[in-house]
Design a binder for this molecule. Structure first.
Ligand SMILES: Cc1ncc(COP(=O)(O)O)c(C=O)c1O
Length: 409
């Protein structure tokens, strides 16, 4: 393990020796095919675009840069709908004693099933995107949802969740305590806590959510193949609790085995719990506490998912902690494409991976890190823009008005 501190505020931990671990069965190709089949049954399902930023790649001296644009997912402006729909469907299947492989999304909407599930209440905590997805999925199925947000949450994100049909509140606690609150509430009312993170004793539902996320990765691989790329060389995955990154990486580990692309986990510096766990390096997940202050609201989580942490530990090549300017830069680069590259509207938590890529490839102060990550002219990079402008006012303040700079101060 090597720790690299750069003068740009970006810090990295690189694991140089070859990594291996137990492959997660629940993220195998066979399982993922089933998940994708279920998602395909949802009205409005469509693979989100994978955009090849050819001019940017050329300008930065690499072979290709792909960005998967999750702002198009189910009209929710973020990727979380794939997790919430799949997990809620599995919870209902369990209640009804049916198997997910035998049903489609419409099955749950049939009058006979609706009658049986109409009193189910789904409870969750969220920085915005997951709560909106849970509310949307529950409402479509005629069920109720209750959503808690951490202190300081965006009012417009709260409104989006209410508009999707949930009873929703901004609490005065941080994200991790809001999760505890949601869990307690679900227990009190006999509801179902549908949380997008696991802890000891609470793993089944978050694992379903994680499985849901794999549809994104499976689509991405099909799409890179259409562009003549069987396998990217580098994958950048941003992490809050690490369910998204762990789900995607667990699936890629199953697909590519010993030939896994170099995968880099990216986090905000004030909420870098995966980086912190890699740094402590005793094999266990470690929390960071406090207000977790960052513009990347979706990544402002202090306690790693205890299941997916293991995949991040076993299969990631590097862990990088980023100041907020990295995300702001990513948002601007994606909003201002070069030549005929396609514009991507990417929010704070969506843009940090691409922001980091551009800095690694451009800045002399990051040359050592770039080399250690083996980025060169042959690199084929895959990033995930996991949200659009989920807080449009903030988005404009950053992209139009320069609220956060694009450089290290
Ligand atoms: C836009 C966005 N990107 C990435 C993430 C990170 O997901 P996870 O918390 O599973 O690491 C989130 C989580 O809320 C998010 O909203």
């Amino acid at each position: 393990m090597e720790k690299i501190i750069t003068p740009t505020g970006i810090k990295a931990i690189i694991i140089s020796n070859k990594k291996s671990g137990e492959l997660p069965d629940f993220l195998s190709e066979k399982e993922v095919d089933k998940v994708r089949k279920f998602h395909s049954s949802i009205k409005g399902y469509k693979a989100t675009p994978l955009i090849s930023l050819e001019n940017l790649a050329k300008g930065l001296g690499v072979s290709k840069i792909f960005v998967k644009d999750e702002s198009y997912r189910f009209g929710l402006n973020a990727f979380k709908g794939v997790g919430a729909t799949y997990a809620i469907a599995r919870v209902i299947c369990e209640k009804l004693g049916v198997h997910i492989d035998d049903v489609s999304f419409d099955y749950f909407k049939s009058p006979e099933v609706s009658e049986k599930i109409k009193d189910m209440v789904f409870v969750t905590a969220t920085d915005g995107n997951h709560g909106r997805a849970v509310a949307w999925a529950a409402t479509q199925l005629g069920c109720k949802s209750i959503v808690y947000m951490p202190k300081g949450s965006s009012l417009i994100r709260l409104q989006h969740i209410k508009d999707a049909g949930a009873e929703a509140y901004i609490t005065d606690v941080n994200y991790d305590d809001a999760v505890r609150l949601a869990n307690k509430k679900a227990e009190e009312i006999g509801g179902y806590c549908v949380q997008d993170t696991a802890w000891e004793g609470y793993e089944k539902i978050p694992n379903w959510i994680c499985q849901g996320y794999t549809t994104i990765a499976a689509e991405a691989l099909d799409q890179t193949k259409l562009d003549g790329v069987a396998k990217p060389t580098h994958i950048f995955l941003q992490a809050g609790v690490g369910s998204f990154a762990g789900g995607i990486l667990g699936y890629f580990a199953n697909v590519f085995r010993d030939e896994l692309p170099i995968t880099i986990i990216v986090e905000p510096e004030n909420a870098a719990c995966i980086y912190n766990s890699a740094l402590i390096n005793d094999g266990q997940p470690h929390a960071v506490t406090g207000d977790l202050n960052t513009i990347m609201a979706g990544l402002a989580c202090g306690e790693p998912n205890t299941v997916t942490w293991k995949f991040l530990r076993d299969f990631a090549f590097a862990y990088i902690s980023c100041p907020d300017y990295v995300a702001a830069r990513g948002m601007r680069v994606l909003a201002n494409p070069i030549g005929n590259d396609k514009k991507i509207v990417s929010g704070e938590s969506g843009a940090v991976g691409l922001g980091l890529v551009t800095l690694l490839l451009e800045r002399e102060e990051l040359k050592e890190l770039k080399d250690k990550l083996r980025l060169d002219e042959n690199s084929v990079i895959l990033c995930f823009s996991t949200e659009g402008d989920t807080d449009p006012e903030q988005y404009r303040k950053i992209v139009y008005d320069g609220k956060n700079p694009s450089y290290f101060e």
